[in-house]
Design a protein around this ligand. Structure first.
Ligand SMILES: Nc1nc2c(c(=O)[nH]1)N[C@H]1C(S)=C(S)[C@@H](COP(=O)(O)OP(=O)(O)OC[C@H]3O[C@@H](n4cnc5c(=O)[nH]c(N)nc54)[C@H](O)[C@@H]3O)O[C@H]1N2
Ligand SMILES: Nc1nc2c(c(=O)[nH]1)N[C@H]1C(S)=C(S)[C@@H](COP(=O)(O)OP(=O)(O)OC[C@H]3O[C@@H](n4cnc5c(=O)[nH]c(N)nc54)[C@H](O)[C@@H]3O)O[C@H]1N2
Ligand code: SF4
Ligand SMILES: [Mo]
Length: 739
């Protein structure tokens, strides 16, 4: 239906809703076989034609709630919700423009097979025939999937159960490997579970906030607004090689040498121990401190000063600031830490500092990893990639038994170990072990590190399926089969934000043409694949949510106390854990902001947190005479999202960022090399050469360059080195030359 200005009779709309609602009911094959009779429903039946509902934003992990205003039953405008504990009436440009990007001629409106529009029946047959024949010829493990942090928990749940237990896929991973894998691994090893401990109120309740490898003024603007509401006159420290937008308004900018975080953090720990600024109560809840203390002996400020590019006095002063007795200190990290060849140990060095100084489990404290995508935490818990659905372990028999029982499947369908990580899947393609690949809601031909040229790898695949909102992403253009997906605003489900809060997204618009929700696509695929009767247990996302709750029982991320979507909406979102017992025991409703570990109990077998540490490793690609510049990458503006398939569709957002690929270079370097401001230059790494405009930027230090990741050329240059524990790529350091 198109948006019409003419008011419609209510009876017509009700009739239309009823008809369309029938199309959103359980998936049946007959529906699929009736041309024009399938697709998404119209607006949910509970909405009146001209009304307001709400939905969580589908971009970043802040998880702002947006009010959606409808006319004639279609969403026409968005405003930020004022009564939601996350965004308190604020939104950033991407959120405001979230509807605009849905109406684009680039939307995939029919399945495409070898570039030609086909009907769904042909598409489903092609998916099943091709992947089955690859599995028959090359073995069950020769088909893999790569998913995302940008679909709903219910989508993940269905995708993971169908792909792993239905299709028998062993190797599946997500774009979250590029993003959160380091934080996940660090928390799992240190706390016994992937458990970011904080709540957003901590932004406002800290005396000292340390942002390390994070640029929230650009990447999490509404979290940054929460910092600006802090009434405690806080010290704000930014540890970043660049003088970022965040660093410019901080009280202290630590412009450390790129990738010297680990020695710097160890030096801080060294000083804190030397000065006796340890919190004994907190330490009593830990293991491994005496070994850590011994290990730190060689990390005096004098020893690390040169490497970090910080004076001894600067390091000493920072150590005092982050261990001030009686002060609440919180640490916030993002990709400057996670995307490193030694990211896990660096994240754990932050965790160690908080454990030593008692900055955990109390207001305004915490070793806090800020998540990236809207549902990165949902994929971590329910994506069925590195952990078994619900944060369980593939290699734990009792976990497999529990999950199999709840899903009503034979336990033998559950693999006994996790599959390969993203880079291992890419290597598998290169070797010829992986012949079929299914990509859902990610764009690796732009975003994946220059490990292998994705376009070249594609030649080695017998069949590539891309399931996306748009038919012409860099990756969809290479696909044999494109499955047209509905996007945010065109489907129902739940997301988990950075502070562990579950929130609901609502369908407020009809997807274009024959695009279907990811949920419906997976149902249809399972139906056609065969021997996947179990998928029929969850006709709608709301049904899947009830099973997801059951799976969460007894886990640290227990959500058995959440009734349903309405409960989540009425409560203003709910943070995990929220068990049945917590709901039943609570004399008053659960507070809307909760943090973990206030009782000093961790999720490790001993109940204690564990100190992890290792000496820093050598740089994977140091600069040299031929490649004398360090290339940093990251987010450019708050109006650009990743590979730009969505944000580039909004005329308003397009006005808010440079259209052409650019690099930032220190004016001294530029003048020395005779490079004028906005001159086109060539930047070369050992992998490739690209052209970009050079912006003179004093915010970048001499010897360094910064390139935003939003332009497809950025990842032609990057270097494929990986953290050995998390297998996250080190996007933020490689050697280049400019001329
Ligand atoms: N050099 C460099 N590279 C980086 C980074 C960096 O800092 N530097 N950062 C890395 C990080 S942290 C991340 S998270 C990745 C992001 O990398 P990608 O995941 O590749 O980036 P997106 O552009 O978000 O791609 C999401 C895709 O999903 C589609 N989509 C959106 N919603 C839906 C939906 O509901 N269903 C379906 N089926 N499709 C949908 C979009 O159209 C888009 O094509 O990039 C990584 N790459
Ligand atoms: N507007 C916008 N917002 C986004 C996104 C987007 O694409 N656009 N993406 C979302 C996603 S998925 C993610 S993961 C987050 C990412 O959010 P952030 O991690 O905050 O963003 P980045 O710019 O990738 O990296 C942060 C900083 O790390 C610094 N850095 C580089 N190397 C080092 C180092 O060795 N040490 C230290 N300490 N710092 C270093 C960079 O200079 C950069 O300023 O943003 C989310 N929000
Ligand atoms: S800050 Fe993030 S969640 Fe909030 S409106 Fe912007 S993109 Fe959406
Ligand atoms: Mo990310």
């Amino acid at each position: 239906m198109t948006i019409s200005n003419k008011p419609k009779a209510i009876s017509d709309l009700v009739k239309q809703h009823t008809q369309l609602h029938a199309r959103t009911g359980p998936f049946t094959e007959e529906l699929l076989r009736q041309p024009g009779k399938f697709g998404l429903g119209q607006v949910p039946a509970h909405l009146t034609p001209d009304s307001t509902t709400s939905s969580i934003c589908g971009y970043c992990s802040t998880g702002c709630r947006l009010k959606v205003h409808l006319k004639d039953g279609q969403a026409v405008n968005l405003t930020p919700a004022t009564n939601y504990p996350v965004n308190l009436g604020m939104a950033c440009p991407k959120g405001w423009e979230a509807l605009a990007v849905l109406d684009s001629p680039d939307r995939a409106t029919t399945p495409l097979l070898e570039g030609r529009p086909v009907d769904w029946n042909t598409a489903l047959d092609s998916f099943c025939d091709n992947f089955k024949s690859i599995q028959k010829q090359h073995g069950q493990e020769s088909v893999a999937f790569i998913s995302t942090g940008q679909i709903t928990i219910e989508d993940f749940f269905l995708l993971g159960t169908f792909a792993k237990f239905g299709m028998g896929i062993k190797h599946g991973d997500g774009n979250t490997r590029q993003c959160m894998a380091t934080a996940v691994t660090a928390y799992k090893q240190s706390f016994g579970f992937d458990a970011p401990p904080y709540t957003y109120a901590d932004f406002e309740e800290s005396d000292v906030l340390v942002f390390i490898g994070a640029n929230p003024a650009i990447a999490h603007p509404i979290m940054w607004q929460r910092v600006m509401r802090n009434q405690r006159n806080p010290e704000i420290v930014v540890i970043d090689p660049r003088r970022t937008e965040t660093a410019q308004v901080a009280s202290r900018h630590v412009d450390l040498a790129p990738k010297s975080d680990l020695p710097l953090l160890y030096a801080l720990a060294h000083c804190i121990i030397r000065d006796g600024r340890i919190d004994a109560d907190s330490l009593a809840r830990t293991e491994g401190f005496s070994e850590f203390k011994k290990f730190l002996k060689s990390y005096s400020p004098e020893a690390v000063s040169l490497k970090c590019g910080q004076t001894v006095a600067q390091i000493e002063s920072l150590a005092r600031l982050v261990s001030e007795p009686g002060k609440r200190v919180s640490w916030w990290w993002t990709m400057g830490i996670n995307q490193s060849y030694e990211g896990t140990r660096t994240a754990q060095a932050i965790i160690n500092l908080c454990l030593m100084t008692g900055n955990i489990g109390k207001p305004g404290t915490g070793p806090n990893s800020i998540t990236g995508q809207c549902n990165a935490m949902g994929t971590r818990l329910y994506g069925n990639t590195s952990s078994l659905v619900g944060g369980h372990l593939f290699n734990k028999p009792e976990h497999r038994e529990k999950v199999a029982k709840i899903l009503n499947i034979d336990e033998s369908r559950i693999p006994t170990e996790p599959g390969w990580a993203y880079d291992q899947i890419m290597d598998g393609i290169d070797r010829g072990d992986i012949k079929g690949l299914w990509i859902i809601a990610t764009n690796p031909n732009h975003s994946w590190v220059a490990q292998k040229n994705f376009a070249r790898l594609r030649e080695k695949l017998d069949f590539l399926v891309v399931q996306d909102m748009y038919h012409n992403t860099e990756t969809a253009k290479l696909a044999d089969l494109v499955l047209p997906a509905a996007g945010w605003g065109e489907k129902d489900g739940t997301l988990i934000n950075s502070e562990r809060r579950l929130g609901v997204i609502r369908q407020v618009k009809q997807a274009p043409g024959q695009a279907l929700t990811d949920y419906r696509i997976i149902q249809a695929l399972a139906d056609r694949w065969g021997d996947c009767e179990f998928v029929k247990q969850w006709p709608t996302p709301a049904d899947a949510f009830q099973t997801i709750k059951k799976i969460s029982a007894g886990q640290p991320s227990d959500i058995t106390g959440i009734r349903d979507y309405d409960h989540l909406e009425q409560a203003g979102g709910i943070q995990w854990p929220c068990s049945k017992e917590q709901i039943a025991d609570a004399e008053s409703p659960l507070p809307s902001e909760r943090r973990l570990f206030s009782d000093g109990n961790y999720y490790t077998p001993s109940g204690k947190a564990i100190f992890h540490f290792d000496h820093p490793s050598p740089l994977a690609e140091p600069t040299c005479e031929d490649y004398p510049f360090i290339l940093l990458t990251g987010r450019g503006t708050s109006s650009q999202w990743h590979t730009q398939t969505r944000t580039a569709k909004s005329a308003i957002l397009r006005k808010l960022y440079p259209q052409d690929c650019y690099i930032e270079i220190n004016p001294d370097d530029a003048n020395r090399l005779g490079i004028a401001d906005r001159q086109t230059v060539t930047i070369s790494s050992r992998r490739a050469s690209i052209e970009a405009l050079a912006y003179h930027a004093p915010t970048v230090k001499p010897g360094q360059l910064f390139i935003p990741m939003h332009y497809p050329d950025a990842n032609k240059l990057t270097h494929a080195s990986f953290d050995p524990h998390s297998r996250q790529p080190s996007y933020k350091y490689c050697a280049v030359q400019v001329g």
